[in-house]
Ligand binder design. Structure first.
Ligand code: C5P
Length: 234
């Protein structure tokens, strides 16, 4: 069982760096971790990331690196100079690719490296379409094990996947869980394998990642407060 409180990471998936900075200053004073995806990173680059760090937040750069080991090595070396808290690679790239990422980070402790296992937007139907003849559950375990052996600090998976990862074998990995929908937030958008913040915390998530339920709300402060309260009560 996990001893430490589950923490909230806001997925700041907005249209522009300007909009994102405004949102941060208006609504995110209670948050520590901000996830930046490809759109804002491509638009805002290093300067945008630096401005977030200067504001006191920790950045999780979620670009899901998935390429040949040498290319991923170069990307992690470059990302390691950005002052990030965490960075994602895709476990589907295999153990050698993740080892290249681990070695590229060198002796620094940051960025933490998280291996994305299976996207939370995939259900069994989509999974079978792109991975005929293979079980999603088995794949999740094999990919997470490869991440552990390669030196990744954690894995990204759905709350429903956490039961696959027993403490004895997978305890060394942090569990980062997107696909979160507060119970009064009806829309699942494109997410399929979803859970509430409390369910994810109870299942052993170290971090939950929430985007649209906060960003699309008329009252983002209230949604953030409710999630933090749910996590506090677990
Ligand atoms: O808006 P929503 O809460 O669905 O956002 C979830 C965030 O987590 C998105 O930024 C998405 O890219 C990311 N993510 C995910 N599933 C994964 C890995 C990352 O939804 N397996």
């Amino acid at each position: 069982m996990k001893g430490k409180k589950t923490e909230l990471i806001l997925a700041l998936d907005l249209d522009s760096p300007e909009e994102a900075k405004k949102f941060l200053s208006m609504h995110c004073s209670k948050l520590k971790y901000i996830k930046i995806g490809p759109r804002l990173f491509i638009k805002g680059g290093k300067d945008f990331l630096s401005s977030i760090i200067e504001g006191g937040w920790e950045i999780f750069l979620d670009v899901k690196l998935h390429d040949i080991p040498n290319t991923v090595k170069g990307a992690v070396e470059a990302a390691s100079e950005l002052g990030l808290w965490a960075l994602t690679v895709h476990t589907a790239g295999g153990k050698n690719m993740m080892e290249a990422a681990f070695n590229a980070r060198g002796s620094c402790e940051k960025p933490l490296l998280f291996g994305v296992t299976v996207l939370t937007s995939m259900d069994e139907l989509v999974w079978k379409d792109v991975n005929p003849g293979s079980s999603m559950g088995e794949c999740l375990k094999i990919r997470a094990k490869a991440a552990l052996v390669a030196g990744m600090d954690g894995v990204v998976c759905s709350a429903k996947d956490l039961k696959l990862f027993n403490e004895e074998e997978y305890g060394g990995l942090l569990k980062v869980v997107p696909g979160i929908r507060p119970k009064d937030f009806l829309s699942k958008d494109d997410q399929k394998r979803v859970a509430t913040p409390a369910e994810a915390a109870r299942s052993g998530a170290d971090y939950i990642v929430v985007g649209r339920p906060v960003l699309n709300s008329d009252n983002p402060d209230k949604v953030i407060d409710n999630i933090l309260e749910d996590l506090e009560n677990e």
